[in-house]
Every structure is written in C-alpha cells, then in structure tokens.
Design a protein around this ligand. Structure first.
Ligand code: GDP
Ligand code: K
Ligand code: MG
Length: 271
C-alpha cells in the first residue's frame, strides 16, 4: 500500500536520534529544513509489508512559535500531517516531557508515546504504570530502550495499527475551565467562517488564537492589533497564555501523581 509517514518529536536529549537510527539504520538521508541551516534527517524502515518514512524533528520543549526549532517542528506536523507523530519521552523526566506531549495531542495528529529510557527508570526505582498513563492520556504508550533497541517492534506494531485505524484513539482533552472553554467555543464558531482555518484542528487553532499566537493569527489573516487590544488591557492576552499553560501543567501533575511512583527519597530531587 502507500507509505506510512511518521515524525519523531520530543524534548532535546529524549533519545529521538537514537530511536531514528535504531529504526532506519543505514537507510537515512541528511539534509536541511527548507531555507534554514537546521539539520533534517529522513529515513525509511519496514514493518511487515509496510514501508515507513521517518522524519527526525528538531528537539523542542514546546510548540510555541518562539524558536526556530519549535516553528519547524510545529509547521511540519500541521502542514505535512504525518500519519502518526511518535513522541519520544524521557521517562526519567516524565513530568517535564509531558508538556510537549499534551501540546502534540492537542494539535490533533495521532500520537504514540515512545516512553524511552526505561532502563534508567528501573535503575532509579521509579515505577510507571504504563497502562494507566496511556488511559489517562488517551494515546498508546509503548515503553522502549532506544539505545538497546528494546521495544522497537512493539512500537512499530502500534504505529502501523494506529495509522490504519485499527486502534481506538480517544485523546485526552485538557479542560481550561468555564470562562476559557466558553471563549474557545466562541472562537471555534467564528473560525468555522474562516476558509483559511479549514484544514486545521479547530480547537487547537482556537486556543492559539486566544493565546495570541502571531504565526497562527497571520496564517488565518486575523488582524493582530484588533484581536489583542479589544479590551484595552494590553496584558490580557499574556494572561490567557499563562492560564492555558498553567492548566496544562495542572493536568500533567494530576496524571503523574496517579501513574508514577518515585521512591520517597527521590521525590524532591528528580525532575
Ligand atoms: P535527541 O537529542 O532526542 O536526539 O537524543 P539522543 O538520541 O541524542 O540521545 C541522548 C542521549 O541519551 C545519548 O547519549 C543516547 O545514547 C542516550 N539514550 C538514548 N536512548 C536511551 C535509552 O533508552 N537508555 C539510555 N540509558 N540512554 C539512552
Ligand atoms: K542531543
Ligand atoms: Mg537528535
């Protein structure tokens, strides 16, 4: 059949390139992202009869448009819509890493979490209840040790089945609270009238508009000034952006408190 396209996304040093190498071996090509000197690695792997094209995205902590890496990673996912985004998570630093995961899930492209560094997690005596984590996030989570090529088959199996629609996919939705949810709903309604919004996930887009994301406002041809100063309180949009970030962190803290058990003496020092 057709190729399956996947993108590897994750924080710097989460093990993306190690996984990329484990997947693609010598079948890889190195170039640059268009117009910039940031390296782009692309490669191929096979699983059963499926040819899978793999792109290693730049490492990022977020998908805000504040760094070149973040813009490249976000644009690739939004504009190229890979069949699956494999989010490489450093399991020893799970709380911090899940901030990007939540944003990737919110973007709307199917996400599989490759929970990497599970060898280190074991050594540190951390217990992660993978099934619980997966259930709460609403996305598949596959434990791996990229440096030892452990869990790669399982990961590919899930990726292929998800891209074929053989796995139920019910991603979590962060609840931003009554006021913001009302604003999100209103914004979605107005976005439905904008032809430029058609190909995007409207909830994600609405959240970005409310945050005042300049790149998104520009894409949608929404007047930045008009949007930001409607309440003559200049800091209003900054507030929304920080409230939205706080809600994401609260959501993650809740998940981690239920699915991750650290040894007592480590609780204060890790992450
Ligand atoms: P990237 O920045 O996301 O591309 O991360 P890299 O692939 O460069 O990996 C960062 C470091 O973590 C390297 O030293 C890897 O060898 C190491 N690493 C990657 N995966 C694992 C793993 O599963 N277990 C352990 N212990 N180390 C790993
Ligand atoms: K690195
Ligand atoms: Mg890398």
């Amino acid at each position: 059949g057709n190729n399956i396209n996947i993108a590897l996304a994750g924080n710097p040093n989460s093990g993306k390139t190690t996984l990329f190498n484990a997947l693609t071996g010598s079948r890889q090509y190195v170039g640059n992202w268009p117009g910039v000197t940031v390296e782009k690695k692309e490669g191929k792997t096979r699983y059963n009869d499926e040819e899978i094209v793999v792109v290693d995205l730049p490492g990022t902590y977020s998908l805000s448009p504040y760094s070149l890496e973040e813009v490249i990673a976000r644009n690739y996912i939004v504009e190229e819509s890979p069949n699956v985004v494999v989010n490489v998570v450093d399991a020893t630093n799970i709380e911090r890493n899940l901030y990007l995961s939540i944003q990737l899930i919110e973007l709307g492209t199917p996400v599989v979490i490759a929970l990497n560094m599970m060898d280190m997690v074991e050594k540190m005596g951390i217990n992660i209840e993978v099934k619980k984590l997966s259930k709460m996030l609403g996305v598949p989570v596959v434990p791996i040790v990229a440096s030892k090529k452990k869990g790669i088959e399982e990961l590919l199996d899930v990726v292929v089945r998800l891209s074929k629609g053989e796995i139920e996919y019910n991603p979590c939705v962060v609840d931003y609270g009554k006021d913001l949810e009302e604003k999100i709903s209103e914004t979605i309604e107005s976005l439905k009238l904008n032809p430029l919004a058609k190909k995007y996930n409207l909830r994600w887009l609405a959240i970005k508009v409310i945050e005042g994301d300049e790149k998104v406002l520009k894409t949608l041809n929404i007047d930045d000034e008009e949007e930001s100063f409607e309440d003559d309180e200049i800091s209003l949009l900054d507030d929304y952006e920080s409230i939205i970030a706080d809600k994401k962190y609260q959501f993650i803290t809740e998940i981690v408190s239920k699915a991750v058990n650290k040894p007592k003496d480590e609780k204060l020092t890790t992450s």
